[in-house]
Ligand binder design. Sequence first.
Ligand code: FES
Length: 253
Amino acid sequence: MQKTQEQQETCEFPGLAGDPAEVDKWVSKIAKKFEARSQYLIPILQFIQAEAGFLAPDAMRAASQYLKVPASKVYGVASFYAQFYFEPRGKNTVTICRGTACHVRGSARLVDELSKHLGIDAGGTTQDMLITMETVACVGACALAPLVVINGSAHGRQTPTSLKKLADGIRGGSKPIAPKAVPVKDTETKPRPVKKVSKKKTVPKGTAKSAVKKKAVKKKAVKKKAVKKKAKRKPVKKIAKKTKTARKLRRKR
Ligand code: FES
């Protein structure tokens, strides 16, 4: 028997076989919020995740039905983005940074110790659904390495002991501690002392400036001498010239 066009488009794939009643419930929920246009696929997936905490198979099937988009496409888009999860997550998220700076300062040990303490691997969730532990590559606060982010707030310079305490605090119901202001010891970030510069500058003898002054004085003396010499020279006799011109005039006449 041949499949209808709609059946061909909304192809099945393992993991999405679900309860039709649940699918209908999700379809009506989605229809209340969004128009049936394929460009709303990502907002619909975000809506599903906000509602269910993860992308439930029935909800994904509902999105596929409502938008008339193949289920494979819905899954393809959802699996492309890191923001979407296919499994239920814990109430709290503990993210350990494994960037270079944090790795150098012992983030690998933090992961190992917390894994042992909680009984889960990175990416896993505790059985009581309270903590999901994950790793990330550089949060961008390397000065606080090794850094751990708990439910969006940063906890810098962690040790295995302090991290376990934080995790126990979450499990015990207390809220994650707000990040403390960590005093920065690095000398690079400290303001450098400003050197006081005296306004009056005295030029010591023998420096370049005094040598220039001496040269200028010498030049002046040489000039004065030259002027005196000029003044001593005898004035040129102009009488001879006068007589010559007088003679010429006479000849012309
Ligand atoms: S390496 Fe961890 S914050 Fe940058």
